[in-house]
Design a protein around this ligand. Structure first.
Ligand code: SF4
Length: 321
């Protein structure tokens, strides 16, 4: 059989050139499943018997449905992903497979060692989609020896049972595999043991933490102090995602709080990354606004961020309006 896999969120990008594209894990597992059965599998394969369409983001739902409508009525089409249905899951026998790293131009292994999260942040899809924290695959099950880097896609590994965390961290250390962790670690749960483990692991790029709520300032500053004590160079090795354009407690001064958190990080010698809130709407609605755009631009340019305080940068921006 011929199996076509469509990654709607990335279909129109040049995957070879776009280093930021994270390969679609579900499609890679479907690919492994069908290749093991002897099927011919590929992204956007022509003349397929079965087409799987994956859509992660709700704002790409219409594109996914359009792709589905192009499939001949006599052929099978399966449409899935959080952008279509939050309850959509791979079957267990496919979920546990090692992904097919030949489907994309992959440069690292990837997978989830846990799913879910024990917190219930009202802006986050994870608790509703994946439930409470639970273990998933060990990296030894999804890592491929051809790579020196492995991405863990977990939402909140610090919430997993400590033995599971130890086992994951020790695997990276023992095998000298570089860790790629694009999600922000939950700095409120950082302790000495975890900080030491993160210090011992080799990281592919910066280590990211998250600061979503201004109320967490004491925990964030405590965590940053701990990272510095353990030997991290905060300026070069650590960055913090600052949820912006949204206040988890529905306060009014969101923007002022966004600026405050960025400035606080800057004064502590840490790179802030403005993470704009994106509501789950059918059209891509990124929260914008001239000042929020300026804040994001300022934080995204390290040479400006470190040299010029945002207030001065913003005045300069405004004088150019
Ligand atoms: S801690 Fe992170 S993963 Fe967990 S609910 Fe909050 S934002 Fe989502």
């Amino acid at each position: 059989m011929r199996i076509s896999l469509i990654d709607v969120d990335n279909k129109y990008r040049d995957l070879k050139k776009n280093a930021k594209t994270i390969p679609n894990l579900a499609l890679m597992k479907l690919s492994a499943h069908h290749k093991a059965k002897g099927d011919i599998v590929g992204l956007n394969l022509i003349d397929p018997d079965v087409t799987y369409i994956s859509c992660v983001f709700t704002w790409n739902q219409d594109k996914a449905l359009k792709e589905a409508s192009k499939v001949h009525p006599s052929k099978v089409v399966v449409c899935g992903g959080s952008g279509i249905d939050i309850n959509c899951r791979l079957s267990e026998n496919i979920e546990c497979l090692k992904p097919d790293y030949d489907l994309y131009p992959s440069e690292y292994s990837q997978g989830f060692t846990t799913r879910g999260c024990g917190r219930k942040c009202n802006f986050c899809i994870v608790p509703e989609k994946e439930g409470r924290i639970h273990t998933a695959q060990h990296p030894k099950e999804f890592h491929d020896d051809r790579f020196d880097t492995c991405m863990i896609m977990d939402n909140n590994l610090f919430m997993a049972p400590q033995e599971w965390q130890d086992s994951i961290f020790n695997w990276f250390i023992k095998n000298k595999i570089k860790m790629l962790s694009p999600q922000g670690w939950d700095i409120r749960l950082l302790n000495e043991k975890r900080a030491k483990a993160l210090r011992e692991i080799a990281h592919a790029g910066m280590v990211h933490f998250a600061w979503d709520n201004i109320k967490d300032e004491p925990a964030v500053l405590k965590g940053l102090n701990l990272l510095a004590e353990i030997g991290f160079d905060l300026r070069r090795e650590i960055s913090v995602y600052v949820l912006s354009g949204y206040n988890p407690d529905f306060g009014k001064d969101t923007f002022e709080q966004d600026v405050y958190r960025c400035n606080k990080l800057r004064s502590r010698g840490v790179q802030a990354y403005v993470m704009r809130y994106q509501p789950r709407t059918k059209t891509r609605t990124v929260i914008r606004g001239r000042r929020l755009n300026a804040l994001a631009r300022w934080a995204a340019s390290p040479e400006i961020y470190w040299k010029t305080p945002f207030e001065k940068y913003d005045r300069k921006e405004r004088s150019g309006d």
